[in-house]
Design a protein around this ligand. Structure first.
Ligand SMILES: Nc1ncnc2c1ncn2[C@@H]1O[C@H](COP(=O)(O)OP(=O)(O)OP(=O)(O)O)[C@@H](O)[C@H]1O
Ligand SMILES: [Mg+2]
Length: 315
């Protein structure tokens, strides 16, 4: 049968090469029984029975890209410690190519949750910014890796591994790459010249202030897009779905979720899906539609926060 216009061809995501750069984290979950109060201080004692670990931050974006079948590389910094080795193991298991730098002077970023009686009792964060020497190394490797990749995703969680983000954007754009940034903080000026920025509502509000109507939001979003010289701005809006602002149109996608179990990490799935679709040469419209579908699927899952190509396209 001849190929018709209506026939759907799934994008060749396995041909796409995505380099994720940013703050790499390890999410740890310790589950246990709470049976008594400590004799040392008025606090409960949790006797740990089960431990789990997952890739977090930029590493979760890479994991999502790999789950979609794309070639995913990860450039970032971890400590020269046991948690850093666990990150490396999880990357290998997820089929992600690791270019992680080991920084002797810091500990790996860890978010440790202690869970007893079905609820989080405590979260312990280990966070240290990478040192200058390692960051210089990383920037050099970034430039060396550029020719090997189609799409660059800069995943900023404001933990210090993207201090050179402006330099990275400029060199990646000069090399003709699609550059996507998941931004943080109160200075978006450093992301100027990227292809697309993907803030969520609170990240956006922090920069442009409150909006009282859709018209006002559109005006603020378009102004930001122009000022930062972006091709597009993708605002992810949790239960309101997402809106993509480009020079020619505003594409609004209502949330696609049927049931919501776990919203954390949905933004990582969205940017990874956009990267894979744009890398496969699909239009903004198709990319944002697919990313919204992926967001809707991932919030319906507990635990494994990724979406596969089969789930998205059924083939
Ligand atoms: N409560 C929800 N109901 C339906 N869809 C949701 C919900 N939360 C998130 N989504 C989907 O996931 C997308 C990304 O979510 P969100 O805007 O919360 O990003 P985010 O804050 O960056 O997430 P995170 O930082 O936790 O990864 C949304 O655009 C939407 O498609
Ligand atoms: Mg986010």
């Amino acid at each position: 049968m001849p190929n018709t216009l209506t026939q759907f061809v799934a994008p060749a995501l396995d041909q796409v090469r995505i380099l994720v750069v940013g703050d790499v984290m390890l999410d740890r979950y310790w589950f246990g029984e709470v049976a008594r109060i400590s004799p040392e201080a008025p606090v409960p004692i949790v006797r740990i029975e089960k431990r789990e670990a997952r890739l977090g931050g930029a590493a979760n974006v890479a994991r999502n890209a790999a789950a979609l079948g794309a070639h995913a590389g990860l450039l970032g910094v971890v400590g020269n410690d046991e948690a850093g080795s666990e990150v490396e193991q999880l990357l290998a298991a997820g089929g992600i190519h690791s270019y992680l730098k080991r920084d002797e002077a810091i500990s790996t970023i860890i978010k440790l949750r202690v869970i007893g009686r079905q609820q989080q009792m405590l979260r312990i964060d280990f966070e240290e910014a990478p040192t200058d020497t390692v960051l210089r190394d990383k920037l050099m490797q970034f430039k060396a890796l550029l020719p090997d990749y189609d799409v660059i995703v800069l995943s900023d969680y404001a933990k210090g591994s993207l201090v050179n983000v402006a330099d990275m954007i400029a060199s990646a754009r000069a090399a003709g790459k699609v550059v996507m940034v998941d931004p943080k903080g109160d200075d978006f000026g450093r992301y100027a010249g990227a292809t697309v920025l993907t803030p969520n509502k609170s990240e956006m509000r922090r920069i442009v202030g409150h909006w009282n109507s859709e018209e006002q939001l559109t005006a603020k979003a378009q102004q930001m897009r122009r000022e930062l010289r972006l091709d597009a701005l993708l605002l992810t809006r949790s239960e309101e779905g997402m809106t993509l602002y480009t020079e020619n149109e505003n594409i609004n996608m209502p949330a696609a979720a049927r049931e919501v179990f776990d919203v954390s990490g949905a933004g990582d799935t969205v940017i990874a899906t956009m990267a894979a679709m744009l890398g496969a040469g699909r239009s903004w419209n198709e990319a944002v539609k697919t990313a919204n579908r992926a967001g809707g699927i991932v919030v319906g899952k507990l635990g494994t926060a990724t979406v596969t190509r089969e789930e998205l396209f059924g083939q």
